[in-house]
Design a protein around this ligand. Structure first.
Ligand code: ADP
Ligand code: GLC
Length: 516
């Protein structure tokens, strides 16, 4: 075992704020204390309803809401300009001190419609800017991102320590992705016994920075070690989360296994394999929230169900209209995606001729890397009757495409979980996807979608041909749609594993505190 793990164990056994139960009644006390409603702090950089660049925002909003009936879950995130400008009622409820180059700030509280409490870091010098949470209007990362997100991690540790003056301190902190990776680290460096969970939503984004940031962020020298947050001569916020959290999860069982291999591990496979060997890494498949119901979704002009397909057909006509594609009796394929290398858009461009020759149509909605945006635009110009692209993103169009398309393309090179294939299935659109990560865990090949193994055009084309063949057999298409629409992806099924993990970590802490 490394020195880091030994240190973490020692710190967890330090009695802080918890009186050990009497020896005779210990098992009873343990059960009642760990099964009661607990206070959980989610630390994240995005939240659907406030700010979103991808699936992290959906999970950050839906998972806490799904856990609310069991626990007092609250969310901590930065107050970006768009949130402040939205005019939502934010009350100032606390203050945080600074550390080294990290500025002090205030904490605001916002109560969401579903009862979720969100703590917002009010630090205009770090967050009051145009652009998205990570980059300016031209897509350039903010150069001070290390400070911006160290502020987030430090705030979580201060709230956990009870020094934020908000009259609420969590029993457990759940941090998400590199942006929150320093939360478990600052908690550890402050000697807190509050357990922490770190969830990797995407290993490829690591939040690395030069060693020069160490002093500015108040990072102790001993953290600059390959067993902790040092990564090829730099400091990695993602690795800090992995190193210092009591448990690491990722968003599907298959991805949890994949990231311990060189192909998917992004250089961290050894470290993650070691964690997995200790039982400190697990995969929990994401869910989707209950608003994804084609019968009731208010974003849709035409609601529908597996007992009445007329609404599905009307959505298809509307989607064609919306994307400027002519009426046609062939299949409609869709892409709803960030335009990033991960998502395999180059593979879709390589097989586009198969779709065109088969008389299919393709509607693409997304934005991201400028060169991919240019490539898909150029593709659409070549086939204006059959391929249409809208660069950008908005929720109603995304839902219209899930509802109106026959098939959704997700040839991802890797996919930690993927939510779009779940949304598509709920709305009767069958995914054609690579058998990787959460796609492998949430699509039944030949039953609810079409999977292929290798990330190359030849294998992808075979899966597309299977989809095209299915479209020619309406009974089979309908049977697959029915099965896909009834797949149980809801959070209410996915919350149990998180709850069990929280209970176990809280129980371990209780036990450690009770040890003499
Ligand atoms: P990822 O998080 O890797 O983008 P997921 O499939 O998990 O992939 O989640 C995608 C979510 O983000 C869906 O809700 C989808 O509608 C939405 N989405 C897709 N593209 C964009 C985009 N360019 N900007 C914001 N949200 C997007
Ligand atoms: C990341 C992953 C995606 C996952 C999402 C939510 O953005 O790329 O696969 O579904 O996080 O966990």
């Amino acid at each position: 075992m490394s020195e880091a793990a030994v240190t973490a164990r020692n710190l967890r056994s330090t009695p802080v704020n918890i009186a050990p139960p009497p020896a005779t009644s210990r098992p009873v006390v343990q059960i009642s204390s760990t099964q009661a409603r607990k206070k959980i702090l989610f630390v994240t950089s995005e939240l659907t309803g406030l700010v979103k660049t991808g699936g992290l925002a959906d999970v950050s909003a839906a998972l806490p809401s799904a856990l609310l009936d069991r626990h007092d879950v609250r969310v901590l995130m930065p107050a970006y300009a768009s949130i402040i400008d939205s005019g939502l009622p934010i009350r100032i409820v606390g203050n945080l001190g600074g550390l080294a180059g990290i500025p002090p700030c205030a904490i605001g509280r916002l109560d969401m419609d579903d009862g979720l409490i969100v703590y917002l870091l009010l630090c205009p010098e770090l967050y009051q800017r145009p652009g998205n949470p990570y980059s300016d209007e031209h897509g350039r990362d903010w150069p001070d991102n290390p400070v911006r997100f160290a502020r987030l991690g430090l705030a979580a540790a201060e709230i956990a320590a009870g020094t934020a003056c908000i009259r609420w301190a969590p029993d457990l902190v759940h941090a998400h992705d590199w942006q929150a990776g320093l939360a478990p680290a600052y908690m550890h460096w402050r000697g807190l016994s509050t357990p922490s969970v770190f969830t990797i939503h995407n290993l490829a984004y690591q939040g690395t920075m030069d060693m020069g940031y160490r002093r500015a962020l108040g990072i102790p020298v001993e953290a600059c070690h390959h067993d902790r947050m040092e990564f090829y001569g730099k400091l990695s916020m993602l690795k800090a989360g992995i190193a210092y959290a009591n448990h690491v999860t990722t968003v599907s069982p298959t991805y949890a296994q994949e990231i311990t291999t060189a192909e998917f591990g992004c250089g961290l496979e050894g470290f993650l394999g070691w964690k997995a060997g200790q039982g400190l890494l697990s995969g929990i498949l994401n869910g989707i929230d209950e608003s994804w119901d084609p019968q009731t979704d208010t974003h849709l002009q035409h609601n529908f169900s597996a007992n009445d397909w007329s609404g599905k057909a009307a959505n298809k006509a509307l989607a064609r209209q919306r994307f400027g594609l002519p009426e046609h009796d062939g299949p409609l394929f869709a892409v709803v995606s960030r335009l990033a290398q991960q998502k395999g858009l180059d593979l879709t461009m390589a097989i586009a001729d198969t779709l065109v020759q088969a008389g299919a149509q393709l509607a693409i909605l997304g934005c991201g890397e400028p060169h991919i945006e240019d490539d898909v635009r150029a593709l659409a110009l070549l086939h204006p009757e059959q391929i249409s692209v809208h660069i950008g993103f908005n929720e109603p169009d995304a839902r219209l495409l899930f509802a109106g398309s026959d098939f959704l393309l997700m040839p991802s090179r890797y996919e930690p979980c993927g939510l779009s294939q779940m949304y598509a299935q709920r709305f009767g659109s069958l995914p054609v996807a690579r058998r990787t990560g959460g796609l492998a865990d949430s699509i039944e090949d030949g039953l609810t979608g079409f999977l292929f193994d290798q990330a190359d055009p030849a294998h992808y084309r075979l899966a597309i041909e299977r989809a095209l063949a299915t479209y020619r057999h309406p009974d089979l298409l309908e049977a697959m749609r029915r099965r896909a629409m009834s797949a149980g992806f809801f959070w209410r099924q996915a919350t149990d594993p998180y709850d069990s993990l929280y209970q176990r970590l809280l129980g371990e802490r209780q036990e450690a505190v009770a040890q003499p």
